[in-house]
Design a protein around this ligand. Structure first.
Ligand code: ADP
Ligand code: MG
Length: 322
């Protein structure tokens, strides 16, 4: 069991940023309105995620650490996934490769409880003090799998990857307040706005607001929203390209290619468009969980999606250019 969990853990948790992604997605799934993330040493020494979501009942804490014991499956339709997580793999994986401590108070419960696991060894549930929500603390990531430790980059690079992950999740959930800190250094802060464009401008840059063209197009059950910047706002790299499918940040070659193609006529070589594309469709038209950590997606009708994005961008750019 321990060995299986450590192997599976390598799939789900490649680096601190992937652990942060899983923990923040759990907080979002729990309906949190405020999420605070603290890290030390790029997340290798410490990742602590505090949320004000619905919490976990004491009796369910051991379950949260056992494999494939998700509370989020929707009947038996594996593809009908409405929440971020569904595999029930993240917490057991994290428990297998570090020192994990979960403290939680279920909504309506008179007291909080805590469970710890060290390198896959799960301890007894005990009473704890917490007014609401959940605190998940992961220390010494990969101390039980030294081979993985070697693949980590510098503290600075890991901190940047964590920050990028939080920014993307913050764009996907503009109604939620986020903070990311390292000791007393605040690396990112987003107040709850409710206005998605405010959140985009916070991440991309304040002037994005003025240079952003709104997108709103639909084709065969796929709906595209978001904002695309004028060509003059383009950059020398693709860092400011944000892609979301059904509210979930993704990295996907096909979507990136469609974004590039939409700008092909108006951008010189070497320039990269800046945009945040939000694609929505019936959950049965897309598989967002091809790989647990890599945030790939697979569409039933990739050609339709590509055509929708390219034509919506061309249309918006043609209108916005004059
Ligand atoms: P999944 O998210 O795929 O269900 P995880 O291993 O990430 O699997 O989490 C296991 C379970 O623990 C979840 O299904 C959920 O019931 C519970 N859980 C984890 N994190 C939180 C949280 N922050 N708030 C409330 N419940 C949580
Ligand atoms: Mg999860």
């Amino acid at each position: 069991e321990g060995a299986i969990n450590r192997i599976a853990a390598g799939e789900v948790v490649e680096r601190p940023a992937s652990a942060v992604k899983e923990l923040v997605e759990n907080a979002l799934d729990a309906g949190a309105s405020r999420i605070a993330v603290e890290i030390a040493e790029g997340g290798r020494a410490l990742i602590r995620v505090t949320d004000d979501g619905h919490g976990i009942a004491a009796a369910d804490l051991p379950l949260a650490l056992s494999r494939h014991a998700t509370s989020k499956l929707d009947g038996d339709d594996l593809l009908a996934i409405h929440s971020f997580g569904f595999r029930g793999e993240a917490l057991p994986s994290l428990a297998a490769v570090g020192r994990l401590k979960i403290t939680s108070r279920a909504a309506g419960s008179p007291e909080a409880a805590q469970i710890r696991a060290v390198a896959g060894r799960v301890e007894e549930v005990r009473p704890a003090a917490l007014t609401r929500g959940t605190v998940v603390e992961l220390r010494d990531l990969f101390f039980a799998t030294p081979a993985r430790l070697k693949f980590l980059k510098t503290e600075r690079a890991e901190t940047m990857a964590v920050t990028d992950t939080i920014r993307r999740l913050a764009m996907a959930a503009p109604e939620v307040a986020f903070t990311l800190s390292d000791g007393d250094r605040v690396l990112f802060r987003a107040d709850p706005h409710g206005d998605p464009l405010d959140r985009l401008a916070l991440v991309i840059g304040r002037d994005f607001r003025a240079d952003a063209l709104p997108l709103d197009a639909e084709r065969d059950g796929f709906r595209l929203g978001g904002h695309a910047a004028l060509p003059t706002y383009s950059r020398g790299n693709a860092a400011h390209q944000y892609l979301f499918v059904n509210g979930r940040p993704v990295r996907d070659r096909m979507l990136q290619g469609a974004l590039r193609a939409g700008y092909a006529d108006v951008l010189a070589g070497g320039r990269h468009p800046v945009a945040a594309l939000f694609l929505r469709c019936d959950v049965r038209l897309v598989d967002v969980n091809v790989h647990p950590a890599k945030t790939e997606v697979r569409f039933r009708e990739a050609g339709v999606v590509r055509g929708l994005i390219v034509s919506a961008l061309r249309h918006a750019l043609a209108q916005g250019g004059h």
